[in-house]
Write a protein that binds this ligand. Structure first.
Ligand code: G6P
Length: 496
C-alpha cells in the first residue's frame, strides 16, 4: 500500500468528476468494500474502459471512501475498479458537504432544472457565500490534483456542474493541457440563470470558458449556455453559431487574455450490446418471475418507470396522471399495473426526503382508492436493484418518462432496447432525449397531468404491430452514439 501511494500517474487522458466509478461502504469490521457508482454520468463514463489508459479523478464521498483513500494514498486498487485507474481525492468533509449539497445540488442543480419555488427561494445570503467559498476550494482542489497528474499536453475531460470552475483554474496553472468540460444536465435559460448573483454567474461561465471545448447533450442546452455567456459577460464575450462551422464563444475579460471555446453537442446514447447481454442473465429472469406475480393476470399491461427519486423526474405528477387514467378510463381498471421504481437519492436534503415520502403516500392512496382483492394498481419499489430495473424494462408495454427537465434521460433510451415485445414511450418534451426520440415517442407537457393520462391511454391502446415498429426505431435512435464512441468522439474533437 505504501509503495502504491508513492506512484503519481503521469496521464495523457484524465477524466474528472465528483462521483467516481466506485464508492466504498464500511463493513461492521471497518473494512471498505467497493460498489459501482450510480447515475447517468457514471454509466456514460464507465465505458471509457481501462484501454484508453485514462486516469479518473474523483472525490471521496463518505467514510468508506475516505478509509479507502487512507489505505491506498488515493490511487485505488484496480481490482476494485474493474481495471480503471482511479485517483480519489480526500477533500475535507465539511468543504465537500458545502460544495456538493450546498452549491451543486441545492443551487446549480435547481437553477439548471428550474426547480425553485421562486416566490420564496432562492435567497442568496451569507450562508450561501460561505458555501460558495467551499465550492471554490473544492474546485481548486480538483484543479490542483489534475495539474499534478497531467503529463505535458494531456487531454483533461471535466464533468458537470460540480466542477464548473475547474477548467479556468486549471488553464491558469497548466496552459499546455487541452481541456474539455461536459454538462450532463440541461443548461438554464438566461433569464433563469440571471437569478444567481452577478459575480457568481460570471465565475461560472468564465470557469467553463477556460476549457477549449464546452460540450453539451443537446443543441438546446448548448444554445442556452451561449446565451448565458452573452448575458453574464456582456461586452466581454462574443458568441457565434455559424451555419457551417463549429459554434464558439470568445471570452475577453479585461483581466485575462482572449480565449476561444468551441461548443460541442454529443448526445450520449444507450449501450445496446451491454444492455442486451445483461438483461438476458438469470438474475433478471428471476426478477421477471417475481414481478409477474406482482402484476397478476397474464393479460394485464404494464406501465414502467425507473428513476432516482429526484425532484426533476416528476414522479408525483406521473402518479397523478396514472390516477386520472384509472378515474377517467375505467376500462383500464384491473387491466394495467404501474411498476414505479423510485430509488431514493440525495437524502441529505430535506426537500428530497419530503418528496420521497410524498411519492410513497400517493402510491398508497391510489392503491387504496382503486385496488381490489387481486389487483394492486401501483407496485412501488424503492430499493435500487439494477437487475430488477432490467426485468421491468423487459416486461414494459409502456414506459413513462415525464421529467420536468432533464439533460438527456437514459431510461427513455434503454427501455426500447431491452423490452421484449417493444414498448410505447410516453416522453416529456423537456427531456434532452426528446430531440432524438421525438418522432416515435408520444410527447407530453410534463406539467399537464390530464394530457399525460391521455398519452398513457393512447400508449396502452396502441396496436401491437405499430408499437413494435416504433419501439425498434426508438431503439435504433437511442443507440446511435453508445458510451464508448461518445467518449472517443469528445477526445477526437478536443485533439482537433
Ligand atoms: C445524474 C445526472 C448527472 C449528475 C449525477 C449526480 O446522473 O445526470 O449530471 O452528475 O446525477 O448524481 P449524484 O448522485 O452524484 O448527486
Amino acid at each position: 500500500v505504501s509503495e502504491r501511494s508513492a506512484v503519481q500517474p503521469g496521464a495523457e487522458v484524465l477524466v474528472a468528476s465528483n462521483r467516481g466509478p466506485v464508492s466504498y461502504v464500511l463493513g461492521e469490521d471497518g473494512e471498505p468494500t467497493a460498489r459501482r457508482g450510480g447515475g447517468g454520468l457514471v454509466s456514460g463514463l464507465s465505458a471509457i474502459g481501462p484501454e484508453t489508459d485514462a486516469v479518473w479523478v474523483c472525490s471521496a464521498l463518505g467514510d468508506g471512501d475516505r478509509e479507502a483513500v487512507r489505505r491506498t494514498g488515493g490511487l485505488l486498487d484496480t481490482a476494485d475498479t474493474g481495471g480503471q485507474r482511479v485517483r480519489m481525492l480526500d477533500i475535507a468533509a465539511d468543504v465537500h458537504a458545502a460544495a456538493y449539497n450546498g452549491i451543486a445540488n441545492s443551487v446549480l442543480w435547481f437553477v439548471h432544472h428550474m426547480l425553485y419555488q421562486t416566490p420564496v427561494e432562492p435567497v442568496f445570503d451569507a450562508d450561501f457565500r460561505g458555501q460558495w467559498a467551499a465550492y471554490e476550494a473544492y474546485n481548486a482542489a480538483f484543479a490542483g490534483a489534475l495539474a499534478d497528474c497531467a503529463s505535458p499536453g494531456a487531454a483533461v475531460l471535466v464533468q458537470d456542474y460540480h466542477l464548473a470552475l475547474v477548467p479556468g483554474l486549471l488553464r491558469e496553472v497548466r496552459p499546455d493541457v487541452r481541456i474539455a468540460h461536459f454538462s450532463h444536465t440541461p443548461w438554464a435559460p438566461p433569464e433563469y440563470f440571471a437569478m444567481l448573483p452577478d459575480d457568481v454567474q460570471r465565475q461560472l461561465v468564465l470557469g467553463i470558458l477556460g476549457a477549449d471545448r464546452a460540450n453539451f447533450l443537446t443543441q438546446r442546452w448548448a444554445r442556452a449556455f451561449m446565451a448565458c455567456c452573452e448575458r453574464a459577460l456582456g461586452g466581454d464575450c462574443t458568441a457565434h453559431w455559424p451555419r457551417h462551422d463549429v459554434p464558439s464563444v470568445i471570452a475577453m475579460p479585461p483581466d485575462r487574455k482572449a480565449h476561444r471555446t468551441r461548443i460541442g453537442v454529443h448526445g450520449l446514447g444507450a449501450d445496446a450490446e451491454f444492455l442486451r447481454e445483461r438483461s438476458r442473465r438469470a438474475d433478471v429472469e428471476e426478477r421477471m418471475a417475481v414481478l409477474r406475480e406482482q402484476i397478476g393476470g397474464a393479460d394485464r399491461k404494464t406501465i414502467v418507470r425507473v428513476d432516482r427519486t429526484e425532484l426533476s423526474k416528476n414522479i408525483v405528477r406521473g402518479l397523478l396522471a396514472y390516477r386520472r387514467l384509472l378515474a377517467d378510463r375505467p376500462e383500464w381498471r384491473e387491466r394495467v399495473v404501474h411498476l414505479a421504481f423510485a430509488y431514493p437519492s440525495r437524502q441529505d436534503l430535506p426537500v428530497y426526503r419530503d418528496y420521497t415520502a410524498q411519492v410513497g403516500r400517493l402510491a398508497d392512496e391510489i392503491n387504496a382508492e382503486f385496488g381490489t382483492a387481486d389487483w394492486q394498481p401501483v407496485v412501488l419499489h424503492v430499493k435500487d436493484d439494477f437487475a430488477r430495473s432490467l426485468a421491468a424494462y423487459r416486461l414494459a408495454d409502456v414506459a413513462l418518462v415525464n421529467p420536468i427537465r432533464d439533460g438527456m434521460n437514459l431510461v427513455a433510451k434503454e427501455v426500447p432496447v431491452v423490452s421484449d415485445a417493444g414498448c410505447a414511450l410516453v416522453l416529456s418534451r423537456e427531456a434532452g432525449a426528446w430531440e432524438e426520440l421525438g418522432e416515435d415517442a408520444l410527447g407530453v407537457n410534463p406539467y399537464d397531468v390530464v394530457a399525460t393520462a391521455e398519452a398513457l391511454h393512447t400508449a396502452l391502446s396502441m396496436p401491437a404491430g405499430e408499437r413494435a415498429e416504433r419501439s425498434a426505431r426508438l431503439a435504433a435512435a437511442a443507440t446511435a452514439l453508445p458510451p464508448a464512441r461518445w467518449f472517443l468522439e469528445q477526445l477526437r474533437a478536443l485533439a482537433e
